[in-house]
Write a protein that binds this ligand. Structure first.
Ligand code: DC
Length: 240
């Protein structure tokens, strides 16, 4: 690690799907030695809790109860998010079906309400948090905010490449139309829609590699005095 956060630092990264938030957030968290708070995981866990209980994502009361269970059980285990008494495999968590169910539960106001204090509590120690409403709703007072975007075609191309790697034969145009619909749903929903916070720095990743995105973020944070380079001696001290 060659950078160090000055004091407790909460960095929000929001943006549409396919913009590269997840990768950028992970690399930035690694570079700064901060925990990564993937807020989408909380909606995914709520969806899995519901499914395990045999309930539907459209049952608002059951979904709210599931979100409250997640909120009650989530804690930091080192720098990883864990749930007391509920284990989920990373594969299941990342599955396309879980994502689809998560997007349905994420529309329910009582679910968002239950997960809001949890996200704030988890962020207290300092973190890189990525999602859709982190800079606007969850941490409006975050020390730094980024809004990561990319052209619709490039975001669709990335998603298409990912799906092909997973062995799914799909047409690029089909993925593009899907993404257009998801964008409209995310930005058009009544509660906590995807939106850029007025004080967020926009980074367009259309022609950038993930490491280039992160370099830009680090440069901005350093310019603002929020992070500092660790000299070799300090680094050894921390490692030892
Ligand atoms: O980023 P992801 O695919 O893991 O998110 C899963 C779902 O949760 C996605 O449909 C959007 C929703 N979500 C949200 O509404 N607010 C957040 N802060 C993060 C995710």
């Amino acid at each position: 690690m060659s950078w160090r956060a000055r004091g407790r630092l909460r960095i929000a990264i929001d943006g549409p799907s396919g913009a590269g938030k997840g990768t950028a957030a992970r690399l930035l968290a690694q570079a700064l030695g901060l925990p990564l708070l993937d807020t989408g995981v909380l909606y995914r866990m709520t969806a899995l809790w519901l499914r395990t209980a045999g309930q539907s994502a459209d049952d608002e009361e059951a979904a709210a109860t599931a979100a409250r269970e997640i909120a009650r059980r989530a804690y930091w285990q080192g720098d990883a998010l864990a749930l007391e008494g509920f284990s989920v495999s990373p594969k299941e968590l990342r599955a396309e079906a879980t994502g689809r169910m998560a997007s349905r539960v994420a529309r329910i106001p009582a679910v968002r309400e239950a997960l809001l204090p949890l996200q704030r509590r988890l962020a207290e120690r300092g973190c890189v948090a990525d999602g859709r409403d982190v800079g606007t709703v969850v941490l409006p007072d975050a020390e730094a905010k980024f809004f990561l975007t990319a052209s619709l075609r490039e975001r669709a191309r990335r998603r298409w490449a990912q799906l092909r790697e997973l062995g799914e034969e799909v047409e690029l145009e089909e993925v593009l139309e899907d993404m257009r619909a998801r964008d409209a749903a995310d930005t058009g929903r009544a509660i906590a829609p995807l939106a850029k916070a007025p004080d967020a720095v926009v980074i367009d990743s259309t022609t950038l590699r993930p490491d280039e995105v992160v370099d830009r973020m680090l440069a901005i944070l350093a310019r603002r005095g929020l992070i500092a380079r660790m000299c070799k001696a300090t680094e050894d001290e921390h490692d030892g």
